[in-house]
Design a protein around this ligand. Structure first.
Ligand code: ARG
Length: 283
């Protein structure tokens, strides 16, 4: 069976940042919760229609037809597409969506960490793409009722450009994969994100955290040979995200070592202070 194309059913609460962005009540795009008020999605999801009142966001769901008691639906107060998005060129395919009211976190609703601009996602690193998108990779939008998950390795931009040149009539030097994009998937095809997954997360586990590496953006067809999925590269847009959501804390991978560094310096300072106090009491 073809799901997400080639994925599996997810479990409830497995991807608690995954949201469904609905247009007039129907699933339209995926998205990722990053704070209690903000969702990251793709600019192209709002290309034809950007009237906030037509959109709503479903959180905490696994099955679209029966989202269950842990899910909530919230209205949208603002849609902020990246200003470099120009429609057909896929650059700038990242948008921030503000919820009408903050959501309460639960075991089913948890934001994903947004990586600092310095974080690197390396080739072959295994990440996950999730969504309710098309399961067959053909024809009209036919969404999956149950949230699908698929493990996909990161592909370097050079390799990805080379793959997109295979069997293509494009001039040699063309770079399909721009600096603000990141590829993931399989040269062999068969497994990929597809229509309806757009805007959803490419999530990578690093240490104890899940980081949002990419936003489902485009591909030539779905799950085709030599045409892996292309995602908006979140780290490239970190300064822009910061400018829209100044209060958002970004995650650097060395959080833990910097934590232990501060533990060490705190320990050293404590020792110095107690020594001074001890010496003073001896005088
Ligand atoms: N642009 C598509 C959408 O609107 C998603 C593309 C993802 N395609 C892929 N082959 N990875 O839903």
């Amino acid at each position: 069976m073809k799901r997400i194309v080639g994925g599996k059913d997810s479990q409830g609460g497995e991807w608690p940042w995954q949201v469904s962005i609905k247009l007039n009540g129907d699933h339209h795009c995926g998205g990722s919760l990053i704070t209690d008020r903000w969702v990251v999605s793709a600019s192209h999801c709002f290309k034809e229609n950007n009237t906030t009142s037509n959109f709503s966001v479903l959180l905490g769901a696994r099955k679209l037809s029966d989202p269950g008691p842990h899910s909530v639906t919230v209205g949208v107060s603002r849609i902020v597409p990246n200003p470099t998005y120009e429609g057909d060129l896929r650059t700038g395919d990242i948008a921030l969506v503000e919820l009408k009211e903050p959501v309460t976190f639960s075991h089913r609703i948890i934001p994903i960490c947004v990586p600092d601009a310095r974080v690197r996602f390396l080739p072959n690193q295994k990440c996950w793409v999730t969504g309710w998108g098309e399961v067959e990779g053909r024809d009209r939008l036919q969404t999956s009722d149950i949230l699908q998950k698929l493990e996909v390795p990161i592909i370097s931009t050079n390799t990805c450009n080379a793959l997109y040149h295979q069997g293509s009539s494009e001039p040699k030097g063309t770079q399909d994969i721009k600096r603000d994009m990141i590829c993931a998937g399989f040269a062999a095809g068969r497994q990929d994100a597809c229509q309806g997954d757009s805007g959803g997360p490419l999530a990578c586990r690093m240490g104890d955290s899940w980081l949002l590496a990419g936003v489902v953006s485009w591909g030539e067809g779905c799950a085709q040979k030599n045409r892996p999925g292309v995602y908006a590269r979140v780290t490239y847009y970190q300064p822009w995200i910061h400018s829209v959501i100044p209060e958002l804390k970004f995650t650097s991978v060395n959080t833990r070592s910097s934590n232990s560094a501060s533990t060490v310096s705190f320990g050293l300072i404590s020792i110095i202070i107690s020594t001074v106090l001890l010496l003073q009491s001896l005088e």
